[in-house]
Write a protein that binds this ligand. Structure first.
Ligand code: BG6
Length: 511
């Protein structure tokens, strides 16, 4: 257990500043994201005194209802989805600041009504014309909404005011569509008004990767191909596709998880130290390392990419259906629900160090972690003992759940015979920092309200991510899978994923 509460280097607690006065406009205000994540995150920001006094929410959606009905709906939902007990007093604060505009996202008249509503809101709540537009809608509307906002004059930034747009994921469907979307948005607003969100970057454990690597003296000197044998990134989920069958059928595990979440983890692990903590140097380095990933040729896809789809199985002792029997899924679907990749990064630091990535639905256990496997030392001095081989030291960043970091190494087993055993040192976030209730969106929303884009994806980062994935999408499209389903729900994925490492003399870490 920790002996004392950690302090920052100066010994003082750093204070976050509240967001700028603004109106938070939610497109898709009656949808799932709003009730499950956005409103609970805004509530947590208010509870932590991180919302400005001059603040208001305007919901926009095509459902016909009045502002009073919308307030009532949000009020009913917050109790269900908040991460903490809702205080009636704090909710009243929101209730006085919420209004609603109904209309079709493709109809210019909707944006004229929104403009009128925003002018009234500015007068009523003293919000000085700063607007944050959040696109919690189907991806087919991202470009359209930005175009319509610009057409209505709502994205111009008059002196001293800001207008920002948060674009949800998925950003594009492949390289071409992502670049087309970037062009469409870029024709209407500047890059510095564009906040492409990846909720993985809102996770404390993900943000901690930079602090861990560059705020400590003893890991970074070992962080290269002299000492590291390989890296494994696992994002395993036990959930299936839930009610998102239609979305998932058109998306699949590769698009859903790799160009965004998993490459975000990889870029933080593999990037060079930025020369400051400011947003652009950090984003430059993240993009640079993604660009250094060796592009897949068609034959590499065969050798270095594995896809899988779950069949029926057992999870937590209960029967779980196969993917093809899920709601709104084609009974002959060849959509992948699992992917494993072996990537090479062609730069001085990582030359010769493979990065193995895997993600899947309906796996044995929920676990997101990054394992750094170190090279073994020469075993020479142990040759006259019973020690036959040395194990790789392993550093594991546990991203979720059971957030923490552990380091395993060998130690002498007490006794007269020289024998080595694996031991573990571990740090748990909950022991040191407690577990603040959070949705993971709080930091991202606050950062957008204060104009800090560091945790959002830049256009060139999105481009670099899709460049990694695109050749795999093409190869898989040209050669549909013939062995699906090839792993049982509740297992660790297809056999071919184990072989991907076995043929290099390695194996996946048991999460
Ligand atoms: C989303 C994906 O972006 O991330 C989902 O669309 C996935 O399919 C989810 O389940 C995982 O997020 P988290 O935070 O639960 O790891």
């Amino acid at each position: 257990m920790p002996s004392s509460t950690p302090k920052d280097a100066s010994g003082e607690a750093a204070q976050a500043r509240p967001g700028d006065p603004c109106v938070f406009v939610i497109f898709g205000a009656t949808g799932d994201l709003t009730k499950r994540l956005l409103m609970p995150a805004l509530y947590n920001l208010l509870a932590n005194k991180l919302l400005p006094d001059n603040f208001a929410i305007v919901g926009v959606s095509n459902v016909k209802m009045s502002s009073a009905d919308f307030r009532k709906q949000l009020g009913d939902e917050i109790g269900q989805f908040a991460t903490t007990k809702v205080s009636p007093e704090l909710w009243k604060w929101f209730d006085q600041r919420i209004s609603y505009v109904s209309g079709d996202f493709t109809d210019p008249a909707t944006y004229q009504r929104l403009k009128t509503e925003l002018e009234a809101t500015d007068k009523l709540h003293g919000t000085p014309g700063n607007y944050l537009f959040y696109t919690a809608v189907s991806p087919s509307f991202f470009g359209e909404i930005v175009k319509q906002l610009a057409g209505a004059g709502l994205t111009n930034e008059p002196a001293g005011r800001w207008r920002r747009v948060i674009i949800e994921k998925p950003f594009g469907h492949d390289l071409d569509s992502a670049n087309a979307l970037n062009r469409e948005i870029g024709a209407c607003i500047d890059e510095n008004q564009t906040y492409r969100i990846d909720h993985y970057l809102g996770k404390e454990t993900v943000q901690n990767i930079i602090a861990f690597r560059f705020g400590n003296g003893f890991f970074e000197p070992l962080w290269n191909n002299n000492y590291i044998d390989h890296v494994q990134i696992t994002v395993a989920e036990t959930v299936g596709v839930e009610h998102r069958g239609a979305f998932y059928e058109a998306t699949g595990a590769l698009r859903d998880m790799v160009p965004n979440h998993i490459l975000a983890l990889l870029s933080l692990i593999a990037m060079e130290p930025p020369n400051s903590f400011e947003s652009e140097p950090v984003r430059d380095e993240k993009t640079k390392v993604l660009r250094a990933i060796r592009p897949f040729k068609p034959e590499d896809v065969r050798d270095c990419a594995v896809r899988g789809q779950y069949g029926s199985g057992t999870l937590d002792g209960k029967p779980a259906p196969g993917y093809r029997s899920e709601e709104r899924v084609d009974p002959n679907s060849d959509t992948e629900t699992y992917v494993a990749l072996k990537l090479a990064i062609d730069n001085w630091r990582w030359s010769g160090v493979p990065f193995y990535l895997r993600t899947g639905k309906r796996m044995a256990k929920r676990s997101t972690e990054i394992a750094i496997k170190f090279k073994v030392p020469p075993a020479l001095m142990f040759r006259q003992t019973g020690v036959r081989r040395l194990e790789q030291n392993e550093l594991v960043l546990h991203i979720q759940p059971n957030e923490g970091i552990s380091l395993s190494f060998s130690a002498k087993v007490p006794g007269p015979v020289v024998k080595l055993g694996d031991v573990d040192m571990s740090f748990k976030y909950s022991d040191y920092f407690g577990a603040a209730p959070s949705t993971g969106y709080e930091t991202l929303l606050l950062d957008c309200m204060i104009g800090d884009p560091a945790l959002f994806q830049r256009a060139d980062t999105v481009d670099a991510g899709w460049r990694v994935v695109d050749p795999i999408l093409d190869a898989w499209k040209a050669n549909p899978a013939v062995d699906f389903p090839n792993y049982a729900a509740g297992s660790w994925g297809p056999r071919a994923a184990d072989e991907l490492l076995e043929c290099d003399g390695r194996k996946w870490r048991q999460s």
